[in-house]
Design a protein around this ligand. Sequence first.
Ligand code: OAD
Ligand code: ZN
Length: 252
Amino acid sequence: MSGAGLEAAKSMLAAVRRLAVLTGAGMSAESGVPTFRDAQAGLWRRFDPQQLASPEGFRADPALVWRWYAWRRELVAAAQPNAGHLALAQAAARFSRLSIVTQNVDGLHQRAGSREPIEIHGNILRSRCLAECGAKYERPEDLPAGEPPRCPDCGSWLRPDVVWFGEMLDPGRLLAAEEVVTGAEALLVVGTSGLVQPAAGLPAQARRAGVPVIIVNPRPTEIDQIADLIVTGTAAAVLPALLGGMAARGVG
Ligand code: OAD
Ligand code: ZN
């Protein structure tokens, strides 16, 4: 962990009341959740991402895609929020507003106690109708039987409620994310490579709106050049050090 970056980031946050946080796969790395690319390890190595995470791939072999998501849901269920997730959840009390925008689909921010993170890539625990008839399932245990299950309302397939290759993000969620990052007094960017658009453009939008950007990552990212400060280290090491022990601050 870089001491100088950490101290500078702490001083920057001392005056901040509205904090926005953008998280990516690195946020959950220390919880043992593989990143999308790591998730192709083992059994799944012979399949390419287009096959497992695209509308075409799903239509070609819905059972294969469904099994891959079922396996990822098991990994997520077995994982626990790490010290970084917990530090963010606990820090909510110390800011007048702490809003999380996440690219992760694992639900670990909520399990750590963060309220309503904006999940711009969806959530693998939720499912919805492929034909968009409106059917939605919040929990895997509520799903009808079948692999993949059929939509009881229209007979189409049910699919995971995540953003696949070639799909647009939900426009309402993306707008909410843009408002959060541009309306904050600082943006913390944790564990994202900055490679995948449009999420990777959010820090630059914040910067253009005059919002200082702090990056937390153990390695260089594609968006380091737009950061005001970089804290080199992992989410579970840096976030408790950065956000823990801050004096509770009144709302205002
Ligand atoms: P990536 O897998 O592209 O990048 C992960 C980032 O996390 C890298 O910058 C790592 O250096 C960093 N990292 C690794 N371990 C870390 C740790 N312990 N603490 C903090 N950072 C760590 O993941 P994303 O940027 O999230 O999209 O990728 C974005 C999107 O690409 C994903 O949401 C997914 C994928 O395709 C969709 O599912 C639509
Ligand atoms: Zn349906």
